[in-house]
Design a protein around this ligand. Sequence first.
Ligand code: HEC
Length: 151
Amino acid sequence: MLIVLSCAGAILTSFAAAESPGGFSRSNYIPHLGDIMGATQLRHIKLSFAGKLRNWELAAYELDQIKESFQDAATLYPGIPVTDMTIVAEPVRRLGEAIQAKDPRKFSAAFVELTAACNGCHQAIGRGFIVIKVPTSSPFSNQTFEPATKP
Ligand code: HEC
C-alpha cells in the first residue's frame, strides 16, 4: 500500500513539473481570450438566475468572478482598448450596489446594462456577431440557484 501511494505521489509530482514540447507549463499557462469569455458567459447566466431568485450571496460571488475575468482579459490582452473595458465598469458597479441593497428591480435594470456593455465591446472590437442576451432559462440542472433560506 505504501509503495502504491509513494508511486502515485511520484507520478503526480512529475506530472506537475512536466512541460509540453512547446515549453508550456502550469506556471505560464495563459487562457485564451475566447475561453475567458466563455467562462464569463456562464457566470453571466448564473448571475442572472441568482439575482432573479434573490440569492444575493451567490449573486455577489458570481459578480466577483465576472470582475476577475474582466481583469484577466484586460491584463493578459492589453490589445483590448481601455475604453472598451470601461464600458462594463459602470454596470458592474451598479450591479454591486443592487446586490448590496438586495433590490431585484435595480438588479435587473443593471443586468440589462451589463448585457448591453458586453455587446458594446463585441461591436467595437469587430465581434458584433457575438450577441449576448438576458437568459430566459438556465442550462444548469446541476446547480441550485434558490437561496438556502427564503430571502
Ligand atoms: C472589453 C471587451 C469585451 C467585453 C466587455 C466583453 N467581451 Fe466577450 N469577447 C470579447 C472579444 C475580443 C471576444 C473574442 C475573443 C476571441 O476571438 O478570442 C469575445 C468573445 C466572447 C464570447 C465568445 C466565446 C466563445 O467561445 O463562444 C462570448 C460568449 C462572450 N465574449 C461573452 C461575453 C459576456 C457575457 C460579456 C459581458 C458580461 C462580455 N463577453 C464582455 C471582448 C469583450
